[in-house]
Design a protein around this ligand. Structure first.
Ligand code: PRP
Length: 169
């Protein structure tokens, strides 16, 4: 769906905007495992202001294709967020349930600022309102994989965004 060069070019542009917006600050990236690791690394490499990073794992899908709405913290952050300029990094906003829950939890921890960067946004699937401050691509309601996104844990390592076609097609 989206070739590697196009993904990288878009990440470069988003990183430039973030570098501009966070002038004079340290941006604390909160990467939501596992899907966001590729986007987080590529984004972090291109940000020119100082960067710190932490990782959190929140599961809402398991190996299902539909969000359950039950969000579970599998691994919490190592470092408190109080006073930090936090940028949450996600691979995809789908129904919005995960991010809605997560952003509320993180806001309660007292960061100086809290923003959201998403590699992909699937607005057609939204159930709960969530707006990313930085979005690389809006995608249609198809089963996208690659660049961190999985299908039953596979295909995360594809260096582009692909689509799983259903067997009936
Ligand atoms: C994916 C993605 C988001 C969430 C988005 O995570 O990384 O966290 O689903 O879906 P939603 O908007 O419908 O809540 P997943 O639970 O698949 O875990 P993973 O990152 O480990 O693949």
């Amino acid at each position: 769906m989206i070739p590697e060069e196009e993904v990288e070019e878009k990440i470069r542009r988003i990183a430039a905007r973030i570098s501009e917006d966070y002038q004079g600050k340290v941006v604390h990236l909160v990467s939501v495992l596992k899907g966001s690791v590729f986007f987080t690394c590529e984004l972090a490499k291109r940000i020119t202001v100082p960067v710190t990073m932490d990782f959190m794992s929140v599961s809402s899908y398991g190996d299902q294709t539909e969000s359950s709405g039950v969000v579970r913290i599998v691994k919490d952050l190592d470092v408190p967020l109080e006073g930090k300029d936090v940028l949450v990094v996600e691979d995809i906003i789908d129904t919005g349930r995960t991010l809605h829950y997560l952003m509320n939890i993180l806001r309660d921890r007292g960061p100086a600022s809290l923003r959201l960067a998403a590699l992909l946004d699937k607005p057609d699937r939204r159930v709960v309102t969530v707006e990313a401050d930085y979005t690389c691509f809006q995608v249609p309601d198809e089963f996208v994989v690659g660049y961190g996104l999985d299908c039953a844990q596979q295909y995360r390592n594809l260096p582009y965004i692909g689509v799983i076609e259903s067997e009936s097609k």
